[in-house]
Design a protein around this ligand. Structure first.
Ligand code: NAD
Length: 358
C-alpha cells in the first residue's frame, strides 16, 4: 500500500483530505500536525482507529523529525497544508506565519529533497511534493477580471505574503534541484469542521447564540467560495494528473459580496431553526471597522484545471452552504468546546481589543 504524507491534517482542509484518503482505503495516510490552536483531532474521530491512518505529533519546522518521518514511512507523495491560515491573526502576530509558512515549508522541502535523492528510479518517477496554497497571493482584483496562473503575485497581508514566499520556495526547489512539485492556489473554502474564526462558521455560530453578526466595512468585499470537498477533489486530481512544476488555480465559481453571504446564512438559518421571536436573523447584522489592507475582490479562473485535468467543483454555493449550516446546527459538540477554550468569537486584527467597533 502506498503512503501519502499529509501535513496539517488536523486542520479544516487537511482533516477533509485525511477523512477522504483513509475512508477510500487506497493509501496509508500519515498526518503530521503540531496541534496549534486551529487543530481539531475531533474532526478525525471517524477514522482515527483505522489501521491505515498514522498520526505524528510534530512541528514541520523540526528538520530532524521531518527527515525521520520520511525515512520511516517512505511516502510516495507529500500533500503540504500545515500553515498559519488566518489573515486577522497575521495582522496581530506575523512572526509565527513567517516561522511556519516560510521556514516550515523550507524545512519540509529540505527533508523531502534529501529523501527524494535517496529513492530508486521507479519511486523517483512517481514521487510528488504538493503545495496547497491560496488565491490571496495574487492580491486585490478590480471590479472585473479573474486570477489566472499567470497573474503576478501582489500579496497584501502578512498571511498572503508568507504563502507567496512559500510558493516561490516550492517552485525554486523544482527549478534548482529538480524536486517534482505541483501547486494549487485555491479560493476561500467553507464546509464542515472549519475553525470558528473564519467568516462562515463565525456567522452561523454567533447567529445561533443570538449575538451580533459583524460584517467588516460596508460588506461589499467579494470572495469566491469553494466547498471544502470540491477542493479536496481538486487537490487529489492535481496530485494524480497535474504536470510536474505546474500550478493550477482552483475556484468554486461562486463570487459573493460578504454581506450577501451573511444574508444567505441568515435566511438558511431562518428556515432550519427559526428565531424564537419570529424575527429575521438579518437584524443581528452590524457593520464594523474594516480589516486593515482588506482586499476588495478575489475571483478565480480555473480553466486550466478544467481543460487539462477535467476538474470542476460539484457543489453550488446554495447546496454547499445548506450542508454547512446544517453541520453547525447539528454538531454543537464539535464547536462548543472550541469556543469555550480556544476562541470565543472576539475581533482580531483591528487593534480594537477584541471588540467589534463601528
Ligand atoms: N481555508 C481556506 O480557505 C484556504 C484556501 C486556500 C488555501 N488554503 C491553505 O490550505 C492549508 C490549510 O488551511 P486550513 O484552512 O485547513 O487551515 P487550518 O488553520 O484549519 O489548519 C492548519 C493546520 O496546520 C497545523 N499546523 C500549523 N502550524 C504547524 C506546524 N508548524 N507544524 C505542523 N502542523 C502545523 C495546525 O495545527 C492545523 O491543524 C493552508 O496552507 C492554507 O494556506 C486555505
Amino acid at each position: 500500500m502506498k503512503t501519502i504524507l499529509v501535513t496539517g491534517g488536523c486542520g479544516f482542509i487537511g482533516s477533509a483530505i485525511v477523512r477522504h484518503l483513509v475512508g477510500r482505503g487506497l493509501f496509508r495516510t500519515v498526518n503530521i500536525d503540531s496541534l496549534t490552536y486551529s487543530a481539531s483531532p475531533a474532526s478525525l474521530v471517524s477514522i482515527q482507529n483505522n489501521p491505515s491512518y498514522v498520526f505524528v505529533h510534530e512541528n514541520i519546522c523540526n528538520r530532524k523529525a521531518m527527515s525521520d518521518v520520511f525515512s520511516l514511512y517512505k511516502p510516495s507523495a507529500v500533500v503540504h497544508l500545515a500553515a498559519e491560515s488566518h489573515v486577522d491573526r497575521s495582522i496581530d502576530g506575523p512572526a509565527v506565519f513567517i516561522e511556519t509558512n516560510i521556514v516550515g515549508t523550507f524545512t519540509l522541502l529540505e527533508a523531502a529533497l534529501e529523501y527524494y535523492r535517496s529513492l530508486g528510479d521507479d519511486c523517483r518517477n512517481t514521487f510528488r511534493f504538493y503545495h496547497v496554497s491560496t488565491d490571496e497571493v495574487y492580491g486585490d482584483l478590480g471590479d472585473s477580471g479573474l486570477f489566472t496562473e499567470e497573474t503576478p503575485y501582489q500579496p497584501s497581508s502578512p498571511y498572503s505574503a508568507s504563502k507567496a514566499a512559500s510558493d516561490h520556495l516550492v517552485r525554486a526547489w523544482f527549478r534548482t534541484y529538480g524536486l517534482p512539485v505541483v501547486l494549487s492556489n485555491c479560493s476561500n473554502n467553507y464546509g464542515p469542521y472549519q475553525f470558528p474564526e473564519k467568516l462562515i462558521p463565525l456567522m452561523i455560530i454567533r447567529a445561533l447564540k443570538g449575538e451580533t453578526l459583524p460584517v467588516y466595512g460596508d460588506g461589499s468585499n467579494v470572495r469566491d467560495w469553494i466547498f471544502v470537498e470540491d477542493h479536496v477533489d481538486g487537490i487529489l486530481t492535481v496530485l494524480e494528473r497535474g504536470r510536474i512544476g505546474e500550478t493550477y488555480n482552483l475556484g468554486g465559481n461562486a463570487e459573493m459580496r460578504n454581506v450577501d453571504m451573511v444574508n444567505a446564512i441568515c435566511d438558511i438559518l431562518q428556515e432550519m431553526v427559526p428565531r424564537a421571536d419570529g424575527r429575521s436573523y438579518r437584524q443581528q447584522i452590524v457593520f464594523v471597522r474594516d480589516r486593515p489592507g482588506h482586499d476588495r475582490r478575489y475571483a478565480i479562473d480555473s480553466t486550466k484545471a478544467r481543460i487539462e485535468l477535467g476538474w470542476i467543483p460539484r457543489q453550488t454555493i446554495h447546496t454547499g452552504l445548506r450542508q454547512t449550516v446544517a453541520f453547525y446546527i447539528e454538531n454543537k459538540a464539535w464547536w462548543q468546546p472550541i469556543m469555550a477554550s480556544r476562541y470565543n468569537g472576539e475581533r482580531m486584527g483591528s487593534g480594537t481589543s477584541g471588540r467589534y467597533l463601528p
